[in-house]
Design a protein around this ligand. Structure first.
Ligand SMILES: [Zn+2]
Length: 334
């Protein structure tokens, strides 16, 4: 059925959110709504077949064993939605070079659409969350890595290679720590959770006085740094200050370039609150022009951790639903 259709065919439409540690799947139940998510651990170390088997297993539980009408999956890393091939997956290395669309389609016996996870989360924020009703919208998600999505003139912007929206890999400086892809001075190398954790570990190793010395270095995460910063640790505060400042300069740059109506910031690091947002606002102000900044509402994402799954369900409805999708109209042919 289509969502909200109710007549005739009843095969479910399914969304899947594939993350580095867990998989969630859910069935579309109405416009912008989905059923209770089914969870699986991601067998991230066991290769592509095991990961896709786990996704298919979660889908079967979500549909109660019914063959779906169609499924959409958000996958971390650059990929080509047109060919179905994942080109890089830093946290799920076995998926690199795999045609995840065709492999999952074989397992589910239905058509499958794949999309970058941040693009899909941004799509949900646009259709259901902070960007609802806008035609110029930017989403940035700051967690382990930094991803994003752009909506320009009412259309999700894909670019010539269908990879547009990699806001985490903007230049943040000429030199500086490299991101996981090896770009020197890239925003992800300074402002992501991974970057904050790396910087903290380096400072501990070099003998800096900090409460983080009591945390085992091999498990030291951005959450530990956040906890220490909230308790007043000077190094931890400084690391969030630096990350927030760089993030703000990135946001300000995008405000200058694209003049969005709404700029939504999501991802796990937003739980740091003003530790991140105070330096971020300073960074925005020092680089953005007054006029586009005055016309832009910078806000936290509305859907929280549900954005990835909600977006995948929406994407399945948009791609394979047989009734009118609940989100904005599909992009017009260019
Ligand atoms: Zn990069």
């Amino acid at each position: 059925m289509g969502v909200g259709g109710g007549q005739g065919v009843t095969a479910p439409l399914v969304g899947i959110d594939l993350g580095g540690t867990s998989i969630r799947a859910a069935v579309a139940t109405g416009p912008g709504a989905h059923g209770t998510p089914v969870h699986r651990d991601t067998p991230a170390e066991q290769g592509a077949a095991a990961i896709l088997d786990a996704c298919a297993d979660a889908v079967r539980e979500a549909t109660g064993g019914q063959t779906p009408e169609g499924a959409a999956i958000g996958i971390p890393g650059p990929l080509n939605p047109d060919t179905g091939v994942v080109s890089a997956a830093p946290n799920l290395r076995g998926l690199e070079g795999v045609n995840a669309r065709d492999e999952l389609s074989k397992r589910l016996h239905c058509p499958v659409a794949i999309q970058n996870d941040a693009r899909i989360a941004g799509y949900a924020e646009w259709t259901l969350g902070a960007g609802r009703g806008t035609t110029q919208f930017i989403f940035i998600t700051v967690s382990t890595g930094i991803g994003g999505a752009l909506v320009l003139n009412g259309v999700p912007h894909q670019g010539a290679a269908a990879t547009a929206g990699e806001v985490g890999h903007m230049a943040a400086g000429i030199t500086g720590p490299a991101c996981g892809q090896g770009h020197p001075g890239c925003l992800q190398g300074v402002a992501s959770g991974t970057a904050i954790a790396h910087e903290a570990a380096a400072a501990v190793r070099s003998g800096t006085a900090t409460s983080l010395r009591s945390v085992p270095l091999d498990t030291l995460s951005a959450v530990d740094v956040q906890t220490a910063a909230h308790a007043g640790d000077e190094l931890a505060c400084e690391l969030f200050g630096r990350a927030g400042h760089a993030l703000g300069r990135g946001v300000g740059t995008l405000v200058n370039v694209l003049s969005p109506e709404v700029f939504a910031i999501g991802g796990g690091l937003i739980h740091a609150g003003d530790l991140l947002f105070a330096p971020m606002r300073k960074g925005v102000r020092e680089i953005a022009f007054e006029e586009p900044l005055a016309r832009c509402r910078i806000t936290t994402a509305a859907l929280g951790t549900d954005a990835g799954l909600a977006g995948a369900v929406e994407w399945a409805v948009l791609q394979f639903g047989t009734t009118v999708p609940s989100g904005p109209a599909q992009p017009p042919p260019s």
